[in-house]
Ligand binder design. Structure first.
Ligand code: FAD
Ligand code: FMN
Length: 590
């Protein structure tokens, strides 16, 4: 079928040629069409004089795409933006803020920023130095620079998209010109980010380049780009059968940690150790029905089915409360619009508490208008593609608590713990993490530090190195509450110790003695050997809870490194940064 506005049927071409032309034209950008116009005109001129077809002059607008990313989302978007920009005729390069200095900004003409927010409104850890420098007095004036910022975040957090917002404001304050307004995107960012990128690139294209830009031969694969483009994504998941589902904790444990073995129904499902597996969970139908009842829509089976998969029915966010207040006109919600009051009220509540505490009847349309799509959850892959061919394993800690007279549970973790069994399927995808990789040289030693589910990727690492016959030594620091009940994968570690695949293990069971002992304390006790391993080129990994463990381990590593230089903590910090820059200190924290 001819595409409106392109080659009409009356054109002097055969019908199949018209289809081919329309097929090509339908996929072109305005810049590509402008180029074609010039190219065809030049071709005629060339024929008349017997010369080669003329190409219009090369005008390639420079574009610097900067990203700040912890777990790869902003990085993936930056790589996609580069591809789109090259197609539009930009001379585009992608830079991780971790590798960028302020000089990058001074020399840039056009800047696209993709930045996520972590911790409590903080920049991703690798971007922290660049971010601090940008916010400092050292930052250069940026007159003549055009920019646009895409901020990634999660509306469940109080400081939604704080990093992107701050960068956007700072670039303007430094005199740069905002080429497009900032986008603040929640976890359902994929489609919105692609649209924003396309619109923004068009705005960044100067009119003269639109008319004469040439599409040059370009290598679309930037550094690491291939790694960031898995076949199976949150938008294109694959069904995987649950082959094994066991709670690894003993019966007396206060923990519940599920080892899940998944068999994806696709031969091209590929991941690397260090990646995360994304899971598209389903809500508890009981929770869904309670929510529907609270707004006067209970008992509708079709609605329940739709909400079980489609919507986030638990997360309470300030934007949602604001939208509910506006929709219902309830004055008593005004107090919750204030950030501190909202945070205090929402701390141990969920959406159902809003609808039950401030009840109103809603239509299904009004309710879906308030809710965000149910986001996927990430789990560090606990297997090795070499050792566990055709499978992906994950380790899922069940999230359960009680508050305000109600038993509550995390959506995805209880999906595995309570609502799935062996033989059922789940929808999964891959989230590559090229910043959590074993050393390329397998003779290098590795020090792996993790507590609780943070041990997951090391099961993959050790299995991978065992399978590859790696020469390098490996040392695991593992922490949990109790030796008898919580020593996750204990027999596997013992087997690996016997075979030599694991050189050493140090454990910290916090509740087995009167004083609390954590992994960071074990690290301190073993600091002399840690120094030796580092001197031998060891790579250090930290995985697990960010607030509860990774920060303490980070501080302890600084102390350990400082202990070599008379306890100078600044020197310790500088050394840890050097290790991170060299890819020898990598974190997978959440
Ligand atoms: C890169 C990455 C890797 C990860 N790897 C792993 C992994 O290997 N294993 C693993 O188990 N998890 C991992 N996670 C965490 C995982 O993605 C989920 O966040 C976790 O399983 C909880 O999801 P859920 O759907 O069960 O809970 P949700 O439905 O998301 O609920 C969690 C929310 O419930 C609330 N909440 C929880 N406990 C309480 C409480 N006691 N009181 C009040 N409110 C509370 C909090 O608001 C919390 O944010 C990882 C996360 C990331 C980003
Ligand atoms: C531990 C943790 C803390 C987070 N803190 C915030 C936050 O304070 N504000 C926010 O908007 N988003 C926050 N997020 C959400 C991330 O910004 C979001 O998942 C983003 O897509 C991650 O992008 P990245 O993979 O490029 O780092 C947090 C996520 C995690 C896992």
């Amino acid at each position: 079928m001819a595409v409106a506005g392109f080659v009409p049927r009356s054109a002097p071409f055969a019908p199949d040629e018209i289809d081919v032309l329309n097929g090509v034209l339908a996929r072109t950008t305005p810049v590509q069409r402008a180029w074609l116009t010039g190219f065809l005109a030049g071709m005629d001129a060339g024929q008349a004089s017997g010369a080669q077809p003329l190409a219009p002059p090369r005008v390639r607008t420079p574009l610097t795409i900067l990203y700040a990313s912890e777990s790869g989302n902003a990085e993936g978007l930056a790589q996609k933006a580069r591809k789109a920009a090259l197609k539009q005729g930009f001379d585009a390069k992608v830079l991780d803020m971790a590798d960028a200095g302020l000089g990058t900004l001074e020399t840039a003409r056009n800047i696209l920023v993709f930045a996520s927010t972590w911790g409590e409104g903080d920049p991703p850890s690798r971007a922290a130095d660049f971010y601090a420098a940008l916010m400092s007095d050292k930052a250069p004036r940026l007159a003549g620079v055009r920019f646009a910022v895409l901020a990634l975040g999660d509306t469940a957090y109080a400081d939604f998209c704080a990093t992107g917002r701050a960068i956007d404001a700072r670039l303007e304050a430094l005199g740069a010109e905002r080429a497009a307004s900032r986008a603040d995107l929640d976890l359902d960012f994929a489609k919105k980010a692609a649209d924003w990128t396309e619109r923004t690139l068009e705005r960044l294209t100067p009119p003269e380049a639109q008319a004469s830009a040439t599409v040059v031969h370009v290598d679309f694969k930037g550094p690491g780009a291939a790694e960031l483009e898995p076949v199976y994504t949150a938008e294109n998941p694959v069904e995987a059968e649950i082959a094994t589902l066991v709670n690894l904790n003993g019966t007396g444990s206060t923990r519940e940690t599920w080892h899940v073995e998944l068999s994806p129904a696709a031969a091209d499902f590929a991941y690397q150790t260090g990646d995360a597996i994304g899971v598209l969970p389903e809500n508890d139908p009981g929770v869904v029905n309670a929510l529907l009842e609270a707004v006067g829509l209970g008992g509708d089976g079709e609605l329940i089915r739709q909400f079980v998969r489609g919507y986030d029915v638990t997360t309470l966010s300030r934007p949602l409360v604001e939208a509910y207040a506006t929709l219902t006109g309830r004055k008593d919600l005004a107090k919750l619009r204030e950030p501190k009051a909202f945070a205090a009220w929402a701390a141990d509540r969920q959406l159902i508490d809003l609808f039950e505490g401030f009840p109103e009847k809603l239509t299904a349309g009004q309710l879906t208008g308030l809710l965000r799509p149910l986001p996927g959850r990430l789990y560090s892959v606990a297997s090795s593609p070499r050792a566990h061919t055709g499978e992906a394993h994950i380790l899922v800690g069940a999230v359960r608590w009680s508050s305000h007279g109600r038993a509550r549970g995390g959506v995805a973790s209880t999906y595995f713990a309570d609502r799935r069994e062996v033989g059922n399927t789940v929808r999964i995808y891959v989230r590559p993490n090229r910043h959590f990789r074993l050393p390329a040289d397998d003779a290098k030693p590795v020090i792996m530090i993790g507590a609780g589910t943070g041990v997951a990727p090391y099961r993959g690492f050790v299995a991978e190195r065992a399978e590859a016959g790696a020469k390098g030594r490996s040392w695991l620091f593992f922490g949990e509450r109790n030796y008898t009940n919580d020593f996750l994968y204990q027999t596997e570690w013992q087997d690996h110790l016997k075979s030599g695949a694991l050189t050493r293990i140090d454990v910290a069971f916090s509740r087995d003695q009167p004083e609390k002992i954590y992994v960071q304390h074990r690290l301190w006790e073993r600091r002399a050997e840690v120094h030796d391993w580092l001197a031998d080129g060891a790579h250090v990994y930290v995985c697990g809870d960010e607030k509860g463990m990774a920060r303490d381990v980070d501080r302890m590593l600084v102390r350990i490194l400082a202990s070599e230089v008379k306890g100078d903590l600044d020197a310790g910090r500088a050394r840890l940064k050097e290790l991170a820059k060299a890819g020898r200190y990598q974190r997978d924290v959440y």
